[in-house]
Design a protein around this ligand. Structure first.
Ligand code: SF4
Ligand code: SF4
Length: 355
């Protein structure tokens, strides 16, 4: 079973779009160990993602989890996989050596050229993080070259979208994941969306240039939209609220997805008593395609039923926002153009990259 462990509700940063409530609460060791037991108790594999707040504030807990999981994996014969999403500021060589041994995949939240626009330290000066992040990104890639750059694009940073993608590629990342900043602290205008359209065009040009040089750099969701189209996979099928990955908060309570953590209506059990399967089934039956998407010709290529982002944007997991709809249309259009260009350049390599 896969669990996302919210090791702490604290963070050393104060990002302008952050929706997390910061409190001085950390996960106790007994909750951590119970969560690991739960991860190993179901399914063919056990997996955890270390999450926060900033999980590296609880580095001691991560190291204990890795030791315990290795013992459990050796004795049960069940493979164990681990990931972490981190703001990167507290990464160090000793930790990265251990992370490498454990085969950890790290997603580095790094907004590249937009870093200082939204992602600042939580000190009294709200100081810059960009120089620190650049250095930490290089250190991370030295040990874990397959790490992913997680770029959150705020409206103020949208003119830097394409340059930010290029920047993380130049740093040595092989993959970047770009998402729009959502939620009550962010306000997107039509003008921002038009700039975004131009930035996606520039990203298509850049990806074409890399493809011509056989440089296999992946940008999601552009590249994933191409793969999904070729394979006939509906991206909405990836969102199974609480079925594939469950959230464990600092107290050990279980929730279906990050934006539901703390909402008693979405409590799915806890690590001591186990998963409340009836609540999971009820939620899975409830999550559906939004009414407004039923007759849309793009509804099999769109992430319209991501309950987590729908809830952040509209307060309802089954209701899509106009912003998300516009963005999905732009993405599908850009992915189709990119796919057609790359296919024309080299069909065999295209099939290898995306097939
Ligand atoms: S690093 Fe993450 S948890 Fe911390 S303030 Fe930024 S978005 Fe929020
Ligand atoms: S493009 Fe808009 S209307 Fe069409 S499926 Fe996606 S969100 Fe729904």
């Amino acid at each position: 079973m896969n669990l996302t462990l919210h090791l702490t509700e604290r963070c050393n940063m104060d990002c302008s779009y952050c929706l997390r409530v910061k409190r001085p609460c950390d996960m106790p060791e007994e909750v951590l160990y119970k969560a690991l037991e739960l991860a190993f108790s179901k399914g063919q594999n056990a997996g955890v993602c270390f999450f926060g707040g900033e999980p590296m504030l609880k580095k001691d807990l991560i190291l204990k989890a890795l030791d315990r999981a290795k013992t459990m994996s050796d004795s049960s014969g069940k493979p164990f996989a681990c990931k972490m999403t981190s703001n990167g500021t507290l990464l160090d060589e000793d930790f990265l050596k251990r992370a490498k041994e454990a085969g950890m995949v790290i997603g580095l939240s790094y907004d590249a050229l937009g870093q200082d626009i939204s992602r600042r330290f939580a000190d009294k000066d709200h100081s810059s993080t960009s120089a620190v992040l650049r250095e930490k990104a290089e250190l991370l890639l030295k040990y874990l070259p397959d790490s992913v750059a997680l770029i959150t694009v705020a409206p103020q940073a949208v003119p830097y979208y394409a340059e930010s993608v290029k920047h993380v590629h130049d740093l040595g990342f092989k993959q970047a994941s770009c998402v729009l900043a959502y939620g009550s602290r962010v306000n997107w205008t039509d003008g921002d969306m038009e700039i975004l359209r131009g930035e996606l065009d520039k990203t298509v040009d850049y990806m074409t240039e890399l493809f011509r040089k056989s440089d296999r750099f992946k940008v999601t969701p552009l590249c994933s939209k191409i793969t999904e189209c070729i394979k006939g996979v509906n991206p909405a099928s990836r969102c199974h609220l609480g079925v594939r990955q469950m959230q464990v908060d600092v107290r050990g309570d279980l929730y279906p997805c990050t934006s539901f953590v703390g909402d008693p209506d979405y409590l799915m059990g806890n690590v001591f008593d186990g998963v409340d399967e009836s609540r999971v089934s009820a939620l899975a039956a409830k999550s559906n395609m939004p009414e407004t998407c039923r007759n849309c010709e793009l509804n099999k290529r769109c992430t319209n039923s991501c309950g987590c982002s729908n809830r952040m944007n509209t307060g309802d997991e089954n209701k899509i926002s106009p912003l998300q709809c516009t963005y999905e249309r732009m993405l599908i259009d850009a992915a189709d153009r990119l796919g057609n260009i790359l296919f024309t350049i080299d069909q065999a390599r295209f099939a290898k990259y995306f097939g």
